[in-house]
Design a protein around this ligand. Structure first.
Ligand SMILES: C[S@@+](CC[C@H](N)C(=O)[O-])C[C@H]1O[C@@H](n2cnc3c(N)ncnc32)[C@H](O)[C@@H]1O
Length: 389
């Protein structure tokens, strides 16, 4: 590496916040130490069922192997690995939840097979490398919480060459959506800042700032797939090769061709992961068209909607930069092809809020206020693990 390149790398490294251990403890540590919060994940049957299927239907991969469970929580994935024939499972969990995992291991007579270690992956010492790593490190939009970096770090330090990862691949998806109710509700809220006589004070000088502030917060909730206006664009991570630093800054390229005519109010996002075992290929999707999970979907709302005609193309980029809130600053730039219409807008993934209503296209044409309550959400049982943070 040349001196010039070296100093450039150092400069970039300075801009990319390290995962702060202290911050992690404050933001998520207490959360994951509680059984009720682990239960939210355990009871997500799409999630837990797919891990169970992908591990136990790939017994060939696990038989007599040494396994590491990265962020073991209650130890559920360690149990699946032990049941699939693993000789030894290291269940690594940073929080006090490790004590509960230990209790379960003992009560189920698996102390000889599963060793629970309360430690951060970053500080871990082990006597040996492992054949397989299992983990559930996915946050909202895959990367919120920045645990994907921990998963990559565990592989770099502890996986044998040619070892396996469960899951082995993940993709982030974005697609344009239309939802007039969501958009107009938030425009209405920002109107407060147009007030010129609020207790005789003119607050309108903050109107523009308030608008950007409101619209920089993503909305987590169920998305009706009928509101999507194009096939999604995606960004893939190969968990067998991605380096922790690759998550610090990455770009999602957008290339949409409108499949319907209407107003594009923003981008809807979700993710999937793949389990590429020898005997069984597992797929866990959090798409609007898939059965609901506790991750739900996420939406990034445009300050100004963009009208698209069927067949029209929209292209752009979402630049993702990791931040000290164990999340991401997101910067969108896009353009409606063959027009002067473009968009530039910032979002902060950690500032997400919950929005439980997703308009269907027909509702959008004529909003029915009765449909806007929580009771109309067909989403289930899917309590989000993130909603209580
Ligand atoms: C999403 S939960 C998954 C829990 C469990 N594996 C499951 O599937 O139900 C992630 C777990 O990883 C733990 N964790 C997060 N970062 C970690 C780190 N750096 N080292 C060890 N554990 C970590 C959290 O405390 C949490 O219990």
């Amino acid at each position: 590496m040349t001196k010039q390149n070296d100093s450039k790398t150092k400069e970039i490294d300075k801009r990319i916040p390290e995962i702060s251990h202290e911050g992690w403890g404050l933001v998520h540590g207490d959360y994951y130490a509680q059984l009720s919060n682990q239960q939210i994940m355990l009871e997500d049957t799409e999630r837990t069922g797919m891990y169970h299927q992908s591990i136990t239907l790939n017994m060939k991969d696990f038989m007599d192997k040494v396994v590491m469970d990265v962020g073991a929580g209650s130890g559920i994935l360690s149990f699946f690995a032990a049941h699939a024939g693993a000789r030894k499972v290291y269940a690594i969990e940073a929080t006090e939840m490790a004590n509960h995992a230990h209790t379960l291991v003992k009560a189920n007579g698996l102390s000889g097979q599963i060793e629970v270690i309360q430690e951060k992956i970053e500080d871990l010492q082990l006597p040996e490398k492992v054949d397989i790593i299992v983990s559930e490190p996915m946050g909202i939009f895959l990367v919120h919480e920045r645990m994907m970096e921990v998963y990559a770090l565990a592989r770099e330090r502890w996986l044998k060459p040619d070892g396996k990862m469960f899951p082995s691949k993940g993709r982030i998806f974005l697609a344009p959506f239309t939802d007039n109710y969501l958009h107009s509700s938030h425009v209405t809220k920002t109107r407060f800042w147009e007030n010129t006589e609020f207790y005789s004070i003119d607050v309108s000088s903050l109107a523009g700032t308030a608008l950007s502030n409101y619209f920089s917060k993503p909305f987590v909730g169920p998305v009706d797939q009928n509101t999507l206006m194009a096939e999604p664009s995606s960004h893939e991570f190969n968990f067998l090769t991605v380096a922790p630093k690759d998550y610090a800054q990455f770009k999602i390229e957008l290339n949409f061709t409108a499949t319907s005519t209407g107003l594009m109010h923003g981008l809807a996002g979700w993710f999937d992961v793949h389990f590429e075992g020898t005997s069984y290929l597992g797929h866990l999707s959090t798409a609007p068209s898939s059965p609901a999970t506790h991750w739900l979907q996420i939406r990034f709302l445009f300050e100004q909607p963009i009208a698209m005609n069927i067949g029209q193309k929209f292209s752009g980029t979402v630049s993702m930069t990791a931040n000290n809130g164990r999340s991401y600053n997101m910067s969108l730039e896009g353009k409606l092809e063959d027009t002067d219409i473009s968009i530039k807008q910032d979002f902060y993934l950690q500032n997400h809020q919950y929005w439980w209503h997703s308009s269907s296209k027909s509702e959008d044409a004529e909003p029915n206020p009765e449909n806007y309550g929580l009771h109309t959400i067909p989403i289930l049982q899917a309590k989000s693990r993130f909603s209580q943070k």
